[in-house]
Design a binder for this molecule. Sequence first.
Ligand code: MCA
Ligand code: AMP
Length: 470
Amino acid sequence: MTAPLLTSLAAPGGDRPDALTVGGRALSREDLLGAAGAVAARVAGAPVVAVRATPTAETVTAVVGALLAGVPVVPVPPDSGPAERDHILRDSGAALLLTGEPLTGDPGADAPVETVPVETVPVDLTERAAWTKPEPDPESTALILYTSGTTGAPKGALISRRAVAADLDGLAEAWAWTPDDTLVHGLPLFHVHGLVLGVLGALRTGSRLVHTGKPTPAAYAAAGGSLYFGVPTVWNRVVQDPEAARALSAARLLVSGSAPLPAPVFRDLEQLTGQRPVERYGMTESLITLSTRANGERRPGSVGTPLTGIRTRIVAEEGAEIGELQLTGPTLFDGYLNRPEATAGSYTDDGWFRTGDIAALDPDGFHRIVGRASTDMIKSGGYRIGAGEVENALLDHPAVREAAVVGAPHDDLGQQIVAYVVADGIGEQALIDFVATQLSVHKRPRKVRFLDALPRNAMGKPQKKLLPPA
Ligand code: MCA
Ligand code: AMP
């Protein structure tokens, strides 16, 4: 039986003034509960609440406050442009936006201006209120996480409290994660990795949390943690900085996920820190489902075995050894908000979730992720980006007539976004900047190639495989 999501947050004993440090601001658990209690009182009864997910203690307080009150949280990337932000607010129906940013009369030129009507609710870390109501139904929605598909605008994945709790318990078991740990990371607070594992995981296990603001090698080295989280790009940057890497030798566990960890980075980490990283695999829709173990073998290119409660199968074509990875278990999402067809399409007829990832199973039960079924899902720096969303943003520019977006191999980012466009009278940088003003900054192309026409088949469908090299 899984304990309710926030049970251990208020567990007695062991509190310390720096139980959480986020963006340089330290809070005890009592501070957090008090300030989050005030948030809970403000938002209680709302159907859903958005949170401007800056890497701050205010964001953590806002999320915990809404969860205390049982109000589903929609994290909004703080750098998202109006097209993406408006979509998230409109689609989720959030009428309240929690933010730690001071509400002055002059928002400044860079401050986002919502075109969707939303009431901004300030989060004040100095407020205190006791929240004494019991925990909401475990089957209710904890988070609505917007995530890209291959086409169209991002979809809101409905994640229940039960799914989050089950996943965090599975990870605590796999990684021997306890209150004695200090978790360090600097990942964004609007995705599963940084928010679910990186914040709610620390709160549920009772470990200390140091969020470094940005996940730089120097900040990781200075934080003195026992448990570190990073996407492969972060680990690649760590091994490029041998002094910072060596400073992590004292850590208990270095964990990589969100994208494949290149074997050379695995080996360099082992050489510089004296320990092999743990690699784990997950998706927004399923949370983390596979991992190597703190007390088990860790090998390059392998994401290990299922967490407790998860079952996997690989559906391969006749005679093939690799195929689509499919899952069942208590960590799966409850569907996409407002999108019954997309939800139905993500499950097989016999009820298994289709990850869209291609995997292989070793004889000892270890899983290897060998690719994705669709080239239209790009992973850059650990961010999931749908080619279609970037293509639509490009096509919104009046000078662009056709657009095709791909993920090209990149040493540091895994993949980089490259756009091929047919356009008149506009330069590369202007188009990159245009996308950055519409979507989140990490969704802008790194390169734009101008073509006279996109390669198409006889039916007129663009053929991305025939595009020239980036
Ligand atoms: C970026 N820059 C650009 C462009 N793109 N400038 C011009 N043109 C462009 N096209 C700018 C950036 O704004 C930045 O500026 C500078 O260039 C460096 O960018 P970059 O190389 O991207 O580095 P970065 O900004 O430091 O980002 C790398 C990163 C980041 C920190 C690793 O990608 C990141 O935080 N990734 C984590 C994603 C994540 O959490 N995914 C989890 C999804 P400036 O320096 O001025 O800012 S959840 C998930 O996947 C599942 C469940 C799972 O398994 O975990
Ligand atoms: P997201 O929904 O943003 O969490 O992205 C999920 C996708 O990230 C998965 O479908 C995989 O393609 C990829 N992914 C996550 N972890 C790993 C990993 N350890 N190895 C390979 N791919 C991964």
